[in-house]
Design a protein around this ligand. Structure first.
Ligand SMILES: Cc1cc2nc3c(=O)[nH]c(=O)nc-3n(C[C@H](O)[C@H](O)[C@H](O)COP(=O)(O)OP(=O)(O)OC[C@H]3O[C@@H](n4cnc5c(N)ncnc54)[C@H](O)[C@@H]3O)c2cc1C
Length: 418
């Protein structure tokens, strides 16, 4: 029988979140291992489209003890640059990563946890779940009614327009992934229909600065989980409709319709006969999105005024309203239309099928308070609004890892019982 390994703490996942935690555990002299099913930055290597650039500027990817030192702080990393950045971080902090090790189960023991992997088992007192928030694409239940002649891809499977069969493309979902993918395919000369549900429009540049700069500077990204009215709702808010492009242009629905993309409402269902049904709420969705953008910019203006940041900034401005045709189509016969591919950009969810500890709520979501999971010695990293609005961003991992490693250290010292 293979020997059982021992570690004080096991971190599951070597994305930036697991690595940030590793660095903070090292700073506290807490012995640990980071178990990773693939290579460091595995999801960036295997689950993103080729042309992806970060939507956060280079300066904003700050990790504990590591940051951007190039000459383009306001640029946006390409995919190879992101992979290189995270791999370089693992090297710089000498993270104790064991690659090609898939965690198959985590269970309680009398003294902590038993972490089983395909490369042997580990006993430990504390576990950090840093396995990512975007493991599985969310796809509507009616997706299997799509006629067989139409190819179906998730945003995780999409790589580039050349991969697609000739013909039109229906992209479902208009947050950052959906709009970026629709933009690329439209620019490749394909007819694109974009199905638009709830989304949040955002200008790339506001008052002469990157919107992310403003959200960082006025504290929006630092808002804590215990400061917002409805944290469950805040954790479900879709990603901002932003893209990182060399020309720093705004990628919104107006930019897409200018190129020729056709907008339809949220995909509400597909009939047995393969008839797609779109919600009649497109105009309302867009009006609401414009309203939410206005509220965000109003808040930025108010805080910029209060802090004096506006003295060096350009005057406030607003984008023209989203243009939507008077009566957008409510249906489309997929079997007879020119659509040959559907891309689901309808969000992602984590995969904790291997977690055999009773920490799930009624909806199957891991129960936690700011990343402290409802099982002693277990912590979560990298999920939407875990402790702060920025928690799911690369830039959010540092503060969260500092807080949670402090909690973990106190737990190991016997200071925290639950
Ligand atoms: C399309 C897209 C674009 C994004 N753009 C930005 C952006 O511009 N800026 C930004 O700051 N953030 C962005 N994000 C958000 C965020 O940075 C990523 O989701 C990031 O990958 C999350 O980091 P993580 O370390 O929490 O998880 P991941 O990077 O997913 O890392 C988790 C690791 O755990 C491993 N793992 C999972 N299960 C197991 C298992 N059972 N056993 C062992 N290992 C396991 C995985 O292989 C993976 O390497 C984007 C996310 C997506 C999906």
């Amino acid at each position: 029988m293979a020997a059982i390994h021992q570690a004080t703490a096991v971190v599951i996942g070597a994305g930036h979140a697991g690595l940030a935690m590793s660095r903070c555990l090292t700073d506290r002299a807490i012995e640990h291992v980071v178990l990773e099913r693939g290579e460091v930055a595995h999801t960036w290597r295997t689950e993103r489209w080729d042309s992806l650039r970060l939507l956060t500027p280079n300066w904003q990817s700050r990790l504990p003890g590591f940051g951007y030192d190039g000459n383009d702080p306001d640029g946006y990393r390409t995919l190879p640059e992101v992979i290189d950045f995270i791999a370089s971080y693992a090297k710089a902090i000498s993270a104790p990563v064991q690659t090609h090790t898939t965690v198959t189960s985590v269970r309680n023991t009398d003294a902590g946890y038993l972490v089983c992997t395909d490369q042997g088992d580990w006993r430990c007192r504390a576990v950090v779940l840093a396995s990512g928030a975007c493991n599985i694409a969310r796809i509507p239940a009616f997706a299997d009614r799509v006629p067989p002649a139409i190819a179906k891809l998730t945003a995780q499977q999409y790589r580039n327009p050349d991969q697609l069969a000739d013909g039109g493309v229906l992209v479902v979902g208009a947050s950052s992934s959906g709009t970026q993918i629709a933009h690329e395919i439209q620019r490749a000369g394909r007819p694109v229909i974009l199905s638009v549900g709830e989304h949040i429009r955002a200008p790339r540049i506001y008052r002469g600065k990157d919107l992310e700069w403003w959200m960082d500077a006025v504290g929006v990204l630092d808002e804590r989980y215990d400061e917002v009215d409805d944290i469950a709702r805040a954790r479900r808010v879709p990603s901002l409709q932003l893209a990182g492009t060399p020309d720093r242009s705004t990628l919104d629905l107006n930019a897409l319709t200018t190129l020729g993309t056709k907008l339809v409402g949220r995909l509400a269902g597909i009939t047995e006969e393969g008839h797609a049904q779109f919600a009649g709420s497109l105009r309302n969705m867009c009006a609401l999105s414009d309203l939410k953008m206005g509220r965000l910019l109003d808040l930025i203006d108010e805080r910029a005024r209060d802090t004096g940041l506006d003295r060096a900034a350009e005057p406030p401005h607003r984008l023209p309203p989203t243009r939507v045709e008077e009566s957008p189509p409510l249906g489309l016969n997929l079997a007879t239309s020119r659509i040959k591919t559907i891309i689901w950009a309808t969000g992602y969810r984590p995969d904790y099928t291997w977690l055999q500890v009773p920490v799930f709520d009624r909806k199957g979501v891991v129960s936690h308070v700011g990343g402290v999971v409802a099982s002693p010695g277990m912590y979560l990293m990298g999920t939407q609004f875990l402790r702060r609005r920025k928690s799911a961003l690369i830039d959010g991992a540092g503060d969260d890892a500092r807080d949670l490693s402090a909690h973990l250290a106190t737990y190991l010292d016997g200071g925290v019982r639950a």
